[in-house]
Design a binder for this molecule. Structure first.
Ligand SMILES: [Zn+2]
Length: 220
């Protein structure tokens, strides 16, 4: 009798286990599969988001490389020191974004341009984040000093970029520009009146006879 009761209890437990175990197992299997699918979808979404982010980063980097080439070519010939800098920048970006198919072509196009003028650089700067470019200018200036002597042409390149950023953002990126001899240079050569300084445009204008002249800038 005891055995029969025990047997019945065992059977009933077994029935209950079967009744619940199968759906639980099925649910677990389903969860594992849907989880895997969800994970892979999530991974794809993350990868896609990462690529969008990388393309945005690349637009900034194209502009940075274009700026470096522009400054390096300012004096016509690129010095060995400048070439080393450019090679390193080109290589680092190419390798870092090797998963983006069009990156290398675009970088090569910029790198191989032997006469990068301001219009060429402007095209890339227009697609880039101006704040990121502004913070990059410090490095760009260092690169312009890589050949140890800063030429007037290189200074002019930096000035053009700062002027561009000032015009585009409304922030005065020319504020660190030191105007040469402004204290003694304000006398109008036409009528000897005091000329008015436009620091944004680095020009002096006479309010009386209208003479305008460009003020040379230097960088400290
Ligand atoms: Zn005057």
């Amino acid at each position: 009798m005891a055995a029969t009761i025990a047997n019945n209890v065992a059977k009933s437990v077994s029935r209950e286990v079967t009744r619940y175990a199968a759906p639980v197992a099925t649910a677990a299997a389903t969860a594992a599969i849907t989880g895997a699918v969800q994970n892979s979808m999530q991974q794809r979404a993350i990868n896609q988001a990462r690529e969008v982010e990388q393309r945005r980063e690349l637009r900034d980097l194209y502009a940075k490389l274009a700026i470096c080439c522009y400054i390096a070519h300012a004096d016509g010939a690129v010095t060995d020191a400048e070439k080393r800098e450019l090679d390193m920048i080109y290589r680092e970006i190419s390798e870092g974004y090797s998963n983006i198919p069009e990156a290398k072509n675009e970088l090569t196009k910029i790198y191989n341009n032997v006469t990068p003028d301001f219009v060429f650089v402007e095209g890339y700067m227009n697609m880039a984040n101006p704040d990121i470019l502004a913070s990059f200018l410090t490095l760009a200036e260092a690169i312009s000093r890589a050949d140890s002597s800063v030429s007037e042409n290189e200074d002019r390149c930096i000035y053009n970029i700062k002027k561009y950023l000032t015009d585009r953002t409304g922030k005065n990126y020319l504020r660190n520009v030191v105007l040469k001899d402004t204290s003694t240079d304000l006398v109008c050569p036409g009528c000897s009146a005091t000329m008015k300084l436009d620091k944004y445009n680095n020009t002096l204008t006479c309010p009386y006879c209208g003479q305008t002249r460009y003020v040379e800038v230097k960088y400290t």
